[in-house]
Ligand binder design. Structure first.
Ligand code: CUA
Length: 348
């Protein structure tokens, strides 16, 4: 694999290979491994064809170049053997590619039978420009599906059955190391499945995901994080997440400015336009992966959301100078307190 990466001759690709969690070159699920293996086959087929054609070309140029300008070279009109060869050989290559591609599509399209009884259902809802995740099988304190935003936790070793839809325009769900891409469409349900590899040494693995269909001004900042946890860690996380907020005393500035759009379970904040903030303090990022979830970034976001993520929907309510410094600090304190404990904040 390092040789293949080097041959690609691209510093960028080489850097992506091992260092960042958003890469197709380091697959960590059965389906992305199948795609990677197919692309590796295509790459090496391409290398072989390229080398043969270029060698042939260079040899021909040197061997058959015009050496004596007074003579007209021998004129050739057609060669049945060569023509049959250059028809049949590409046809065989195309058939080989077809067979392997068909097999890969079959592998990643249908969830295997052994998934029965070991499946976690996840519902993905695309918004401009953030991701909502629902767990239909895991109920919160009110008997409703557990909901989170921009950070999807899954247990390693389980089959994840993803159903997706959008509330506005077409988005596309893509976690390069684990799954995708698949369009996320309004008024329609699409889906895919994946199974993440076991996590090494039991520590949660973090993968980056990205909306892969242009969906408006902040398409590039419609990111997500996927945390692959051991089954025990996932159990702990989901139990915590299905509780009401750890701090249900809403500050006045929250009641005044936030409850129309955001949910904090266990309080009267029940707006559904924006992300569920119940356990916001434990999340890795704010504004769908735009910046890390730190006090400084959160302050900047509440001070002027448009400056952090241009055109986001929160800017219809909160503009620069809408909130006073004291209100922003109160909100930062409150939001950062909403951390139930199990978190990979600060990683990646
Ligand atoms: Cu959502 Cu691009």
């Amino acid at each position: 694999r390092p040789t293949a990466t080097l041959l690609l001759g691209s510093v960028v690709l080489a850097a992506c290979g091992q260092k960042t969690p958003q890469t197709t070159l380091n697959p960590a699920s059965e389906s992305t491994r199948a795609i990677y293996n197919l692309s590796e086959l295509l790459f090496w087929l391409g290398v072989v064809v390229f080398l043969i054609v270029q060698t042939w070309l260079i040899v021909s140029i040197i061997k058959y170049r015009q050496k004596d300008s007074s003579q007209v070279p021998t004129q050739i009109h057609g060669n049945t053997k060569v023509e049959i060869a250059w028809t049949i050989v590409p046809a065989i290559i195309a058939i080989v590619i077809f067979v392997f591609t068909f097999d890969t599509i079959r592998k990643i399209e249908f969830m295997p039978d052994e998934a029965a009884g070991n499946t976690l259902n996840v519902k993905v809802i695309g918004h401009q420009w953030w991701w909502e995740f629902q767990y239909p099988d895991i109920k919160d304190a009110n008997g409703k599906p557990l909901v989170t935003a921009n950070e999807l936790w899954i247990p390693s070793g389980s089959y994840i059955d993803v159903k997706m839809t959008s509330v506005d325009v077409i988005h596309d769900f893509w976690i390069p190391g684990l799954a995708g891409k698949r369009d996320v469409m309004p008024n329609r349900e699409s889906g895919l499945w994946f199974k993440a590899d076991d996590v090494a040494d039991g520590a949660p693995g973090v993968f980056w995901g990205q909306c892969a269909e242009y969906c408006g001004g902040q398409h590039a900042y419609m990111k997500m994080r996927v945390v692959v946890a051991s089954p025990a860690d996932f159990q702990k996380w989901s139990t915590e997440q299905s509780q009401v907020a750890v701090n249900t005393t809403l500050p006045e500035s929250f009641t005044k400015n936030c409850i129309g759009c955001h949910v904090v379970r266990g309080t009267n904040a029940a707006g559904i336009t924006g992300p569920d903030l119940t356990h916001f303090g434990g999340r890795m990022t704010i504004a769908a992966g735009t910046v890390d979830n730190t006090r400084e970034h959160l302050y900047a976001w509440l001070d002027d959301p448009d400056a952090v993520k241009r055109g986001n929907i929160m800017t219809t309510a909160i503009k620069a100078d809408t909130l006073t410094e004291a209100e922003i600090n109160e909100l930062v304190d409150y939001l950062e307190s909403l951390n139930p404990g199990t978190s990979v904040k600060g990683q990646q």
